[in-house]
Design a protein around this ligand. Structure first.
Ligand code: FAD
Length: 533
């Protein structure tokens, strides 16, 4: 039956958008009816990605938005709760489905799901169509071009892309006409069984505290707002953005990319247009397109590296004998380290689900190679639960980076939990916002309140060790000890360390390092390294 139009279920997983959605477009072009479905399989979602409350809110908001946007085009979203395999089986039978379309994803749990659906298709007689929509390139092409393995350094990665040329252009926007022929029956759209659940249906609090609201509409609005600021876009230089600014100093678009509410290709090409009109613009790795390419880089490496989110069995990751210390991990996780800069960041993470990239640097370095010598996997799990942008590839990739387990090699540069934040926020406004207990501390002591005289603590209404914890470690001693441990590990595992090493210096750090060396011309190299921020 080569030309018979299909009866299709389009299965949303990520890709919660109608712009630049090649798989949905292909579904509409090949079908007499398309059922837009989201299977809310709580057990699967929790086991695959350990979603915390803020992430659930963001997902539900994104589904509501998709529902509204589909309704505007004459269709609707059908949300079905239950185990995905049996839900799909039942609905394929019930609706006489001949095709299931879905975005291809690279995470092992999503690949496994697609394999299961393929098998089901073979048994039940439906076709499966999956296209890549979540990355700039079809990642498989990058791997092929690199001889079947992932390029392990950003430099090599950029070289492969230069051979491949620009990514495909975004596909056209979907219109009411596209849906005209393919609407699901109206009674289904109205059925209570298929509505987007409310937070209380999932037994989570009704309201989210996060200033990020999920959905394509909000994502596109935020994107357009940034694009108006052409000078900012053209000159964007990542290391120079401010981690403790009270409003995001970077785009804050990551939650929308993470669930696919926004297309990275749309963003990439809008950036290209702005660059084309600018006399000068920043370049990868520090430009905004450079950030999207970091994303693509981690996706590529993750797609073909066994056990990418673990240390054991992960061929690119140093095997380190991290401490197991539940009490210390708990203090880090719950913002009770006694270092206000670290605790303020962890509080923002809990309350809002998003923190700046360099703030992530600070807390990740503190947990791992900087102070506590606790495994990056533990930190990654906390981020996975809390971050609205939590992402299999990017999260693990960056945690390996920050813990110097892979990708990053300037391990002698350890972030100081006192000086790092001071550089861009000497008055500690960020700390005052997220740790109100320290609100009245004089700026002089706000990053190290344990050094304030008793009188100053009394005046600030906060006694350290009583109202706010004493620092959980002596940073100098801990970081000196960890540095020696790391040096030893790297000598012993030289071969693994070299796998992800660029022959140029770590590219994201270059601008920052230059700046610091100018600030401290008289200091020796080692002292400068230790004072990175
Ligand atoms: P912008 O600077 O505006 O960049 C635009 C987009 O580029 C981002 O939205 C993101 O999609 C991509 N991007 C930016 N920086 C990176 C990077 N270093 N690696 C890969 N992609 C990047 N980002 C996630 O999206 N999900 C995660 O789970 C995640 N976990 C992280 C864990 C650690 C320990 C660290 C240090 C970083 C992590 N990042 C993660 C990367 C980065 O911090 C965020 O992508 C960025 O801060 C999001 O803010 P933004 O959208 O304003 O970024």
């Amino acid at each position: 039956m080569p030309n018979m139009p299909h009866r299709t279920i389009h299965l949303f997983r990520k890709g919660l958008r109608l712009h630049d959605n090649p798989t949905l477009l292909a579904a509409l072009e090949s079908s007499e009816v398309v059922y837009p479905v989201y299977i809310l399989d709580r057990k699967f979602l929790m086991s695959a990605m350990n979603m915390g409350t803020l992430r659930w809110h963001f997902l539900l908001q994104s589904l509501e938005d998709l529902q509204r946007n589909l309704t505007k085009l004459g269709s609707c979203l059908l949300v079905i709760q239950g185990e995905y395999e049996s839900v799909l089986q039942d609905h394929v039978k019930m609706w006489n489905i001949t095709q299931v379309t879905l975005d291809a994803e690279i995470e092992p749990f999503y690949k496994e799901m697609e394999r299961t659906i393929q098998v089901l298709g073979g048994e039940m007689g439906f076709d499966v169509l999956s296209l890549m929509g979540h990355t700039l390139y079809d990642i498989r092409r990058i791997l092929d071009m690199n001889g079947g393995t992932p390029p392990l350094t950003y430099k090599r990665f950029l070289h492969i892309l230069s051979v491949l040329g620009d990514p495909d252009m975004p596909v056209r926007n979907l219109t009411a006409e596209d849906f005209q022929r393919c609407k699901p029956p109206p009674e289904l759209c109205l059925a209570e069984d298929y509505r987007v659940p409310l937070p209380e249906d999932l037994e989570i609090p009704r309201e989210s505290q996060s200033p990020w609201r999920g959905g394509e509409t909000e994502g596109l609005q935020r994107l357009e707002q940034h694009l108006k600021n052409q000078g900012w876009i053209a000159n964007f230089t990542k290391p120079r953005t401010i981690p403790n600014s009270l409003l995001p100093s970077t785009t804050g678009l990551s939650p929308y990319f993470s669930l696919g509410c926004l297309s990275v290709r749309r963003f990439f090409y809008r950036l290209s247009n702005i660059y084309a009109q600018s006399k000068n613009h920043s370049l990868p790795p520090v430009s905004l397109q450079g950030q999207l390419l970091w994303r693509e880089f981690f996706y590529t490496v993750a797609s073909a590296t066994p056990n990418f989110t673990r240390m054991a069995g992960n061929p690119i990751c140093l095997q380190i004998n991290w401490y197991q210390d539940a009490e210390r991990l708990y203090k880090w996780r719950t913002a009770q380290t006694g270092f206000p800069w670290i605790d303020a960041i962890m509080t923002q993470l809990h309350q809002e689900g998003w923190i700046h990239h360099l703030a992530r640097h600070a807390v990740a370095c503190f947990l791992t190679r900087g102070d506590l010598w606790i495994s990056w996997e533990e930190g990654m799990k906390v981020f996975e639960e809390m971050l609205l942008d939590a992402d299999y590839s990017i999260n693990a990739g960056n945690w390996m980076w920050l813990s110097a387990s892979a990708f990053f090699h300037q391990y002698t540069r350890i972030f100081c939990p006192v000086r790092f934040g001071k550089r861009t926020d000497p008055e500690g406004q960020y700390i005052r916002k997220y740790l109100p207990v320290l609100m009245n501390f004089p700026s002089k002591y706000i990053y190290e309140p344990w050094t304030a005289p008793e009188e100053a603590q009394k005046q600030a209404g906060c006694i350290i060790g009583q109202d706010y914890p004493l620092p959980m470690v002596n940073h100098k001693e801990a970081s000196d000890r960890n540095l020696q441990l790391m040096k030893q590990v790297r000598e012993e595992q030289y071969g693994t360390a070299q796998l992800t090493r660029d022959d140029m210096d770590d590219p994201m750090e270059m601008g920052l390092k230059h700046e610091l060396s100018e600030e401290n011309p008289k200091k020796g190299k080692r002292a400068r390294n230790r004072e990175q921020t």
